[in-house]
Design a protein around this ligand. Structure first.
Ligand SMILES: *[C@@H]1O[C@H](CO)[C@@H](O)[C@H](O)[C@H]1NC(C)=O
Ligand SMILES: *[C@@H]1O[C@H](CO)[C@@H](O)[C@H](O)[C@H]1NC(C)=O
Ligand SMILES: *[C@@H]1O[C@H](CO)[C@@H](O)[C@H](O)[C@H]1NC(C)=O
Ligand SMILES: *[C@@H]1O[C@H](CO)[C@@H](O)[C@H](O)[C@H]1NC(C)=O
Ligand SMILES: *[C@@H]1O[C@H](CO)[C@@H](O)[C@H](O)[C@H]1NC(C)=O
Length: 467
């Protein structure tokens, strides 16, 4: 055992002599007296304590996962134009609800028509309509068509006429028929050729509110407008504005991009966010990327399907879906949708935000149409111009306050400052510790055969020195 002790002390003695840890060197230096060595020992101990303390507090701070918000503004030559949805405040056309006109228009189911009339009349009496299943096709037949709403529209610079086929019928709420331009969400086949706008491009439309054709008495005339991301469907909580007839409305859009941090930071209102893969370029099988609105619609459809056993027009459906009867609609579906509209965001549907979101801010300015701008039906129409305010994009990005590199540099700084140590010193130390443990374990086997092992460290060190 004495041999082991001797070898250990020589290994450590050598390490302490040659190390760059000057404090350690001084604690064992032979030329120092006992008192001086003790003082050095205490001093090194204090420094080691400070190092451990600061490192621990720093690490604890890192484990709090705080984040900072960084805002940057970048210029892009072109930006993707958002989807634009128009919903007339009155979805139904008086002429189509008029029973004596039925022959002239596409023949809608007279019972669906009666259902709509009952809905809007003061006395709700569905007693003979309970088993009616108003499906999307029938409801569509009674509403305004895209030609009624959009008189004409084009994109400018370069000029391009907007075709009616570029609009798809969507529903913001039950019975609220809307038309979406540039929406990708409901498209069956995916073509990722986004509509790009540069700074001078704009969209110009003449929109007709058809206020003479509102079938029910109303104090409000106008068209609801929602700007949303092309991949994202709209829902009852999408922010919207109402555009009234008799004006030239100009909307300027600014795009904002948000980047949140996922676990463990959960930088979006303490909620986890979903990493979203990039949309596949070109055309092919459609897989819409994850969006918050898409998740809401899926979740609402799921809940309705499982609680009521049927679906309605404003939720996800295909040609095999079973539409709800009037009884199911009013007894079940509309209750679910109402509770969605009134409950706070996080409680209804556990939809997570994507970690990367694009949002559009917009400003509206409206100028009354002057009478000499000969407008037919000027009391029912309005003009609308939509353009990007500029093609600057503000990116609001959450970043970790401390990352792993900060820990390393902190550790390096404090180790150097307190002890004069570096990572290489630590490696040396680890080497010495390994050698010591080898010396403790191995001799039991080798003492008999080779009692005189030269201290291995010396020879190795020489080799390193010679190289
Ligand atoms: C229904 O249509 C007929 C024929 O077009 C018309 O005479 C009648 O006034 C309309 N009724 C309503 C309530 O609009
Ligand atoms: C509802 O309509 C049915 C038949 O259409 C009628 O028998 C019933 O009395 C009506 N109920 C009310 C409350 O008006
Ligand atoms: C919609 O309902 C009508 C009857 O109300 C029916 O004739 C029609 O086939 C239905 N369409 C679909 C797609 O289910
Ligand atoms: C919808 O319901 C099915 C089963 O009924 C479930 O597998 C699926 O995860 C649900 N989707 C959402 C978005 O809740
Ligand atoms: C129903 O949808 C499927 C694909 O989802 C399609 O192949 C089929 O032709 C559709 N049927 C009708 C009647 O539209």
């Amino acid at each position: 055992m004495a041999g082991v002790k001797h070898r250990l002390s020589s290994i450590w003695g050598e390490f302490l002599n040659e190390t760059t840890l000057h404090g350690c060197k001084n604690t064992s230096a032979k030329q120092h007296g006992h008192v001086k060595r003790t003082l050095w020992f205490i001093f090194v101990g204090i420094m080691l304590g400070i190092l451990v303390y600061t490192t621990c507090t720093f690490f604890m701070k890192y484990m709090e996962f705080n984040f900072v918000t960084r805002t940057s503004v970048a210029y892009h030559p072109e930006l993707e134009f958002p989807a634009v949805t128009f919903c007339n405040l009155e979805a139904f056309d008086k002429n189509k609800l008029n029973k004596s006109n039925m022959g002239n228009f596409n023949k809608a189911d007279p019972r669906v028509l009666e259902y709509i009339e009952q809905l809007r009349s003061a006395s709700l009496n569905f007693s003979n309509l309970q088993d009616l299943r108003p499906n999307e096709t029938e409801i569509n037949k009674l509403g305004f068509e895209i030609d009624d709403i959009i008189r004409y529209g084009f994109l400018q610079n370069p000029k391009e006429t907007i075709l009616k086929s570029q609009f798809t019928v969507t529903y913001r709420e039950p019975l609220e028929k809307c038309f979406t331009f540039n929406g990708r969400y409901l498209k069956k086949t995916y073509e990722h050729n986004p509509l790009k706008f540069h700074a001078n491009r704009d969209m110009f439309l003449q929109v007709d509110t058809n206020k003479d054709r509102y079938p029910f008495q109303s104090n409000f005339f106008g068209v609801r407008l929602v700007l949303h991301h092309p991949d994202e469907p709209l829902n009852a909580r999408s922010p919207s504005i109402i555009l009234t007839p008799g004006y030239l409305h100009t909307i300027t859009i600014s795009e904002k991009r948000y980047k949140y941090l996922s676990r463990p930071y959960n930088s979006y209102q303490n909620q986890e966010c979903v990493e979203v893969e990039k949309p596949n370029q070109g055309s092919g099988e459609y897989r819409s990327p994850y969006t918050y609105g898409g998740c809401i619609i899926k979740c609402l459809s799921n809940q309705t399907q499982s609680l009521c056993g049927c679906i309605i027009e404003s939720l996800l459906h295909d040609n095999s879906s079973i539409f709800c009867t009037v009884a199911e609609r009013h007894g079940c579906v509309l209750k679910i949708l109402r509770s969605f509209r009134t409950s706070p965001n996080s409680e209804f549907c556990e939809c997570k935000r994507p970690c990367f979101e694009t949002k559009y801010d917009y400003e509206l300015s409206s100028v009354p149409q002057t009478s000499n701008r000969a407008l037919h039906n000027s009391d029912s129409n309005f003009y609308l111009r939509i353009a990007f305010k500029d093609t600057m994009v503000a990116t609001i990005k959450h970043e970790p306050e401390l990352d792993f590199g900060d820990i390393i540099s902190h550790l390096g700084g404090y180790m150097g400052f307190c002890l004069g140590a570096s990572v290489l010193t630590l490696i040396e130390l680890a080497e010495v510790v390994m050698k010591s443990s080898k010396t403790i374990i191995l001799p039991r086997r080798f003492t008999v055969n080779s009692p005189q092992i030269p201290p291995p460290i010396r020879s190795e060190k020489r080799e390193i020195d010679n190289n």
